[in-house]
Structure formats: structure tokens, C-alpha cells
Write a protein that binds this ligand. Sequence first.
Ligand SMILES: [Fe+2]
Length: 496
Amino acid sequence: MDSSRRAYLKAGLVSTGLGLSGLGQASQAWRQAFAPSTIEFEYDYRSKTIPAGLAGNFYRIGPGLMHLNQTWYHHWFDGDGVLHRFHFGEQGMRHYGRLLQTPKIEREWRAGKRLYTTFGTALADSEPVYQIDDLNVANINTLTLNKQLYALWEAGSALEVEPDTLRTKGFKAWSPETKGLPFGAHPHPDSDGSWWNIGYQPGAGKVVLYHLNQAGTLKRQAVLPLPNADMVHDFALTAHYLLLLLMPMKYDTNKQCDGGCTSVSRLEWQPQSAGYVALINKDTLTLEQLIETPAWGVFHFGNAREIHSQTGHHIQCHFVEQPDFGAKLGCMGSLFDRQTKGRQANQQVGGVWHELNIDLTRKTIRSERLVQHVEFPRFDERLQTQAHRYTILLQKQNVRNPEFSFDTVLTWQHQRQRLQRFHYGANYLVEEHIFVADPHSNRPEQGWIMGTAYHLPTQRTQLSLFHAQHVEDGPICVIKLPYGIPPGLHGNWVAT
Ligand SMILES: [Fe+2]
């Protein structure tokens, strides 16, 4: 970043003024978390508490730039992507974070103002959008394939980023046919080392399927018409299927809104309508089964696997149901307004952890609700499509706390149906925690759990490491950064 832009950025951030008078202390601190004094970070840390042999990069990403000059985004998902690299090696830990230089933010820097209506914020004089990547903020997840790093968004291209410097390289076209098509935010690795992903564009009624090999080359692609395909954030993988939950959320292309429509205002939750489980055959890339479900809203899945037994052929999978999905999506849209006006957010974070059993012979489903107020499921992805012992989740334990935040990390033990949890406390905004394999162990699920949390009173972020088997004992290593980084979405470990 050149010095003039750095100076401009600093002035822009400072001049926004948060207008926080009249807010409770907790809400002030909450909002401050999303208004960092910089979006470039660098910090070196040495400690003997870092586990020996831990070597690699923890990439984390999220909406990091919520405001530019006097304009605030209203929806958390709108913020321009800031990518973080926590590098672990013999020298300790080094944190480095920077704003991704998407074409969108480059144009807005040049203009000195926001230019576009985004996912959840309407701009009265929005510039025309010629292609979906005009709006791509690359702020949801990361993907590393063959030492190439990508920043992923919901409905546009993957953005290639230099893995060490985090310098933005440009949008990735996996093939001439898929250039510019949506490449979603949750690719999953298969047991043979290949990767699967989906992409969707609200209103199109289709899902794009991608199958990539380990080298990051596209093996196969398909475009599949599907019902209820207006928001398909994640999917699950089994030995033979891609499993999608198609929720009754309809995108109204023709809707008229005062002040302009956003994607959020065009998306209408229809709880009286059915949802579907869609099972897509991995060999033929065609829809094999479509089974009706209740109106489940869903962002994220855990693992899934196929089970052959005397009673037939089943799929067992786990997902987080978000009750009243439409209101929750809208709530995140007005979250900053609510906090600014000092009113309590009326939607609790997190949803219900479900175990879903699909009888493929009888084409029936059965689900069991396991844990409440949870989100961000993660597991040892080397066991994707196979049996595994536990899933890592975030939970809001103190549901009376009106702040929009998680306060607890837990592991859900599948076979014993019990959980272990560590409660950070009400002063923390706890972010997604991931599994990190122990390089000295050949056994799956042996390793650590790693995650960040924003401490509201000190406005600083900490990174914590837990023994994966003993989360309730608390962290074995805590690295306190000398600054706060804006609460983000997803992250991934890449061993070196
Ligand atoms: Fe996600």
C-alpha cells in the first residue's frame, strides 16, 4: 500500500466518528470491534508455550473494512475482506494481516467513497454492476490448493492471493467455461485428495458444480437446475453424493424497495414452504434424489457419511439449523443500526445442531436436535465422508447477553452424545475454532483446536490453542495480540 493511500485510509477511518453517545458500554465496545484503527497488522511473538512441531499457517478472513469515510455498511457480510496469516515456525508466531485489493475496493479508493449497493446495504446512487465480481469483497473463506491461496466470497470468483505476503493477484478462472461463474465459499476435500465445490447466483435457479484435482486443476464441471437454489452457502460430502439442503428462500428479482433493493431485501423466507435434500451423484454430476424436508434454514454442515446396514442404505450428516432464517439474515443487516441506537438485537446468534438420517431406500428423513445456540462446525477434514468422533462448534452459553456474539468453544462427541466446552466469558467475541493435526501423530483427530477471540474491554484479539481432546481444561497457549482485529468468518490451517 503506498503512503498516500495509507494516510488516506488512516484519515478515513479516524474521521468516521462512531457517534456512540447514549450507548451502553458493552454496545460501544462491540461496535468498536468492527471499527479498527488500521487494517494492516504485523506482530511477532515468541513463547515456549507454543506446541513443539506446530509449523504452518493459520489463514483467517472476514469482513474487515465496514466503513469508508462517512459511509458505514449495515450488514456484517458487506465489509471488504481482510486476510490474516498467523505463521507458526521455529521463530514463534508471526501475525500479518492486510486488506485485499479487490477491483471493487480499488475503484472505491480512487473515488474516495462507496460506489455500490452491496449484499445488505443500499446505496441510492449505486454504480451499475456489469458482472458479479464488480461486487466481490472476498471476505468469507480461504482455500489452499497446490500452494496457491484463494480468498473466497459467496457468489463470485475465487481471488488468488500470494500466500506469504497476502498480496492480491487477481480473480481465478478454473476453465474458460466457468470464468466469472460463482465459486462458493465452502469447498470440501474428498478422501482421494480431490476437492468439490458449488456455486450459485440468487435468482438463477441453478447450481454450478466443480470437481478439482489436488493440483488445483478443474477435472469436471456441470450446471444443474435445482429448486430453492437462491441461497446455498454450504454442502456436505459423502462417498457417492454431494448433499445440499435447499431451503425455502426465494429471491425476488422484480421487488421494488424504497431507497433501492439489496440482496437481503430481495430474499424472502417462506417457512410455509417445503425445503429439500438434494443428493447429487458424484460420478454423473446429476440429481439422483430430491426429498422434501421441513423449512430448515442452514448456513453450515458438519461431516456426512453413508451407512450400509441390515435396514438399508442411509446417510448420516450433521448441520446447524438456523430457526427463522429470514429474520436472522435481516437481523445481521440491521445489527449495526440496532447497536448504534442502543436497542438490543432481538435475534440470538447460533442455531440447533442436528443429526440428520436419510433413508435412501425408502426416501425418508429423520432428524434429532442435539445442541442449541451453536454455529461454525469444524472437524478433522481428513475424515470427510468417514466416521469421526467429534465436531468443534461455537456456542452462546449466556443467552441473556444481548450482544451478537459467541462466548464458548465446544467439542461435540458423536458416539457418546456429550460435549466438552470452554467458556471464554461474556467479555469475548469468540470466532470460529478449527482443528489442527499433530504432525507427530499418525492417528486422526489427534492435535489441537485453534481459534481467535476479541476481548471487548481491552479491544484486543487473542489466539488460543487447546488440546483437541481436552477443551474443557482451557487453552494450553494464549497469544495476545497488541491490537484488535475485526471479528471475521472462516479460517483454515495449512501445515508446512
Ligand atoms: Fe460460511
